[in-house]
Design a protein around this ligand. Structure first.
Ligand code: DGL
Length: 287
């Protein structure tokens, strides 16, 4: 990495993106917008979803297996597009992969929340595992020690998002039930709500309607994409636009791996990514 000659091939490698399932595609979408010249290799560990109800030990083991698979495919940077896996395994991944940049979603989400809040009261919606482990509280209070953080576990949101029930009476009823502690908070209530699970952005409209206008909703996807961009710039690993001519096929620029159900991954994933995924382009792998 120290010689200029060695930089070019490395810069042309793909960015690896990983989630327990399709939720991380909301982050991939932001990455594509922020880094249009880059190539991406996305892995959804669909066979073992949900991660959020499992122990930290199991999540860390699964996450490291998935990350090993991406690293073995010569990525230049790893984006852990899953809050649950970021909370459980980010330090272990950084130890394991040495100089490879590893970026999670929690630090960028915490930063965005601290920038958004005016009154220092922040609510975080996440999976059981993410909320139980307190990673957001630590990350937010590392930036603003006086911030108060209310964590709310919303595991059914993962199932609703996967099922496509992102609006209507069932989604509204589940949101009202989960968000009750936030709505019942004594004043001053949280003015900022972090979507601390990459499955949740597709439910943002129903969440916003439930909490009302006074609460700003933070999705860490855009901040994560900005963090990845900054890290690639710092490491001089940005893929030069000129090396990605129109001739480079879309198939090269975006590849998918899933551990189960490629048809389902493509069908549901298309909603999260905001563009069609062709099931024949999804490679089935075993970890
Ligand atoms: N998308 C994952 C996250 O950001 C959670 C989904 C799951 O429970 O596997 O935490």
């Amino acid at each position: 990495m120290s010689s200029t000659a060695a930089l070019a091939p490395l810069a042309q490698r793909a960015i690896g993106v990983f989630d327990s399932g399709v939720g991380g595609l909301t982050v991939l979408r932001a990455l594509q917008a922020a880094l249009p010249a880059e190539h991406f290799l996305y892995l959804g560990d669909t066979a073992r979803l949900p991660y959020g109800t499992k122990s930290e030990h199991t999540v860390a083991r699964y996450a490291l297996q998935a990350a090993d698979e991406l690293v073995a495919r010569d990525i230049k940077c790893l984006v852990v597009a899953c809050n649950t896996a970021s909370a459980a395994a980010l330090p272990a991944m950084r130890d394991r992969y040495g100089e490879l940049p590893v970026i999670g979603v929690i630090e960028p989400g915490a930063r965005a929340a601290c920038q958004s809040t005016h009154n220092g009261h922040i609510a975080v919606l996440g999976t059981d595992s993410t909320v139980r482990g307190g990673a957001y509280t630590r990350a937010i209070q590392a930036i603003n020690p006086r911030a108060s953080v209310l964590g709310i576990a919303c595991p059914l949101f993962v199932a609703l998002a996967e099922e496509g029930w992102i609006e209507g009476e069932v989604a509204q009823a589940v949101a009202a039930r989960y968000l009750q502690p936030l709505l019942a908070q004594a004043l001053p209530a949280a003015d900022t709500l972090v979507l601390g699970c990459t499955h949740f952005p597709v439910l943002a409209p129903v969440i916003a309607a439930t909490v009302g206008k006074g609460v700003h909703i933070v999705d860490s996807a855009a901040t994560t994409a900005a963090a990845v961009r900054a890290e690639l710039e710092r490491a001089r690993l940005l893929r030069p636009a000129a090396t990605s001519p129109a001739a480079a096929s879309a198939a090269d620029a975006l590849q998918f791996l899933a551990t189960d159900g490629v048809e389902r991954f493509a069908a549901i994933g298309s909603r999260f990514l905001g563009q069609d995924i062709d099931a024949t382009a999804v490679e089935l792998i075993d970890l």
